[in-house]
Ligand binder design. Structure first.
Ligand SMILES: [Zn+2]
Length: 305
């Protein structure tokens, strides 16, 4: 009798184990498809050949390079246009400029965008873009975004905003677009302590915003106004007046300062990657780093400002 009871108990135990196993198997095999978060980062005017991952001689981009080693590095890609507006319209629509038609400032994106596709698939869509230039809501880049914030020109400020947003983000997949002019000319950095690649200290070329303000004060005996990183059009004009484009030394300094700006934005990208790791979502996030076009450093005979 005892033996029969024990046998029944054993059977019940085995059935229970079997049911648990089947439920586990069903959930493992048929679990709802987990969606990866997507972060698209566009660094305006970034030359691929000035990054470590593309064998540049300076260590400009350790954080981007690490991502390239752990992920995929595309070595044979092409901008669809040599300037910001049509190139970004191609990134968002997957169409050539002749098909999406956003080729001057009178055009706006009319095609379905990457953002809208993701939104229709349950993604929360957030952007931190730039108030200067062309990647603005009024050209249609805000299509499909729940929030499209374009109040900062610099990616490093937008990275900070994204980190704060991520801190409050709780659930659901997201598409985050980050954009900025950090490596665009003029090649000025906030201050010399942020300089990774030194330049000739005797040079008269401005390398910080303070340098440029001093030049203006000296030349005009007074400062018209205090320049800052948001005054890109004005700063560009004044900056290029102080570069001798036929001087080998000046050209070398310009390139070094461009590299300093890349290093600075790479440094700030490190904070974003660390935040994703801290939140435990780094491995559940597809991070895409790209640019709309490169930069000409006299390879084709000139500069354009
Ligand atoms: Zn651009």
């Amino acid at each position: 009798m005892k033996s029969k009871i024990r046998s029944r108990k054993n059977k019940i135990y085995y059935y229970f184990v079997l049911i648990v196993f089947i439920i586990f198997a069903i959930f493992t095999i048929f679990k709802p498809e987990e969606k990866y978060n997507v972060i698209l980062i566009s660094i305006d005017t970034l030359r691929a050949d000035h990054l470590g991952s593309y064998e540049y001689f300076r260590n400009t981009s350790p954080n981007i390079d690490k991502l390239a080693i752990e992920g995929f590095l595309f070595k044979n890609t092409f901008s669809q246009a040599p300037w910001t507006l049509p190139s970004h319209a191609s990134i968002f629509t997957s169409k050539y400029p002749t098909y999406h038609g956003v080729i001057n400032e009178r055009n706006i994106i009319c095609d379905i965008t990457l953002t809208e596709v993701l939104k229709n698939n349950g993604y929360e869509t957030i952007a931190y873009a730039s108030k200067f230039g062309f990647v603005k809501g009024k050209f249609g880049f805000n299509r499909g975004f729940k929030e499209y914030t374009d109040i900062n020109n610099l990616l490093r400020n937008n990275i900070q905003s994204a980190i704060e947003w991520l801190d409050n983000k709780r659930n659901g997949p997201f598409f985050l677009f980050l954009y900025g002019y950090d490596v665009h000319d003029p090649y000025l950095i906030p201050n010399r302590t942020e300089m990774r690649f030194d330049v000739d200290r005797k040079t008269n070329i401005p390398v910080t915003y303070e340098d440029l303000n001093k030049i203006i004060e000296e030349e005009l005996q007074k400062s018209i106004y205090k320049l800052n990183e948001s005054d890109i059009p004005v700063v560009r004009k004044i900056y290029w007046k102080h570069i001798n484009q036929s001087s080998v030394e000046d050209k070398a300094i310009v390139k070094s300062m461009y590299d300093n700006k890349i290093a600075l934005v790479d440094y700030h990208l490190g904070f974003l990657f660390n935040k994703l790791k801290e939140l435990g979502i780094f491995d559940k996030t597809i991070i895409i780093i790209t640019s709309d076009h490169g930069e000409e450093f006299w390879e084709h005979g000139g500069y354009k400002p």
